[in-house]
Design a protein around this ligand. Structure first.
Ligand SMILES: [Zn+2]
Length: 302
């Protein structure tokens, strides 16, 4: 059975200290090495896999176990390696720039919408190997199936099932918030981020998975994709510090082509015959076209 970081010697209090009750917003403490409980006695048990479910009610998502397994296999093949490397560099540079500041060397990272957790786990490992930085990592996702898989495979991170609209964390607990190919809730993000913290959001550009899009949606309205609204929303809420483009391509063989088809919501509305066509390919060169948006909270105007 994997051990939760909430049960680790030395770090348990630090992790528990980041959390607050999603129902009454009071702080929480771990009791009997098995439950998080707040002052008003709202109680959340650690699951046997080591994660904690901080939803006040059950929510079903369209993201199932099969999708997360496929995404994990694709991630393990190196599909997101250049992205994870770039995110690691951005975070590492932030730490260099803040040396000597009052916040010192501590780094708390939350991945909001972490899915099966491989981005955060990879980044945490890279930061340790390349910079000697051991961040306190927290991954949250609405999909229990993703969090269960993350907890199964990566023991050095606190994994929570939680709702972005009611992040179960206290104010200003994180210096870095990752939001990778996932929806955002900017008012909650700003609340849980320190004043000099960074929000790093990864959004798809128009050529992201374009070869797949072409087969699935040729001559339909879904063939083209624009992120203009996503970018506008980001800039409405945050001070945009930096836009970093990232474009590369990978060649997939079977069974990774099948994993790609399973992992992306792009296939949800596609015709079966077109999906079957993709699944018959022996090899597929696919474009990963992304922008990394780095933002900070706007200064409060008094
Ligand atoms: Zn409570």
């Amino acid at each position: 059975m994997p051990k939760s970081v909430l049960l680790s010697d030395g770090l348990a209090d630090k992790y528990a200290g980041l959390l607050k009750c999603p129902i009454c917003h009071n702080s929480m403490a771990l009791i009997n090495k098995k439950s998080l409980i707040c002052r008003d006695k709202h109680c959340f048990d650690l699951a046997k896999q080591g994660y904690v479910n901080l939803l006040s009610h059950g929510i079903k998502t369209k993201y199932n176990k099969q999708l997360f397994e496929a995404r994990k296999l694709l991630a393990q093949s190196g599909f997101f390696e250049p992205l994870n490397q770039l995110l690691c560099t951005l975070i590492g540079n932030l730490m260099n720039n803040s040396e000597g500041k009052a916040q010192g060397p501590s780094l708390n990272i939350v991945d909001a919408g972490c899915g099966e957790g491989s981005h955060l786990a990879t980044i945490q490992q890279k930061l340790l190997q390349s910079r000697g930085i051991q961040p306190l990592g927290v991954g949250m996702d609405l999909a229990k199936e993703g969090i269960q898989m993350a907890a199964r495979d990566y023991g050095s991170i606190l994994w929570c099932v939680a709702d972005l609209a009611q992040c179960p964390f206290g104010d200003q607990q994180f210096n870095v918030l990752l939001n990778i190919l996932s929806p955002a809730n900017y008012s909650e993000f700003a609340r849980i981020l320190t004043d000099d913290g960074l929000i790093i959001k990864v959004v798809p550009e128009k050529d992201y998975l374009k070869e797949l899009r072409e087969i699935l949606y040729k001559e339909t309205a879904k063939q083209d994709y624009s992120n203009a609204k996503t970018r506008e929303l980001f800039e409405n809420h945050l001070q945009l510090c930096k836009l970093v483009p990232l474009r590369y391509s990978v060649t997939l063989d079977q069974p990774l082509i099948g994993n790609l088809v399973q992992m992306t919501p792009l296939t949800w509305g596609a015709e079966e015959t077109r999906i079957a066509k993709v699944l018959k390919l022996e090899s597929l060169e696919i474009t990963i076209d992304l922008t990394i948006m780095v933002g900070q909270k706007r200064e409060e105007r008094s």
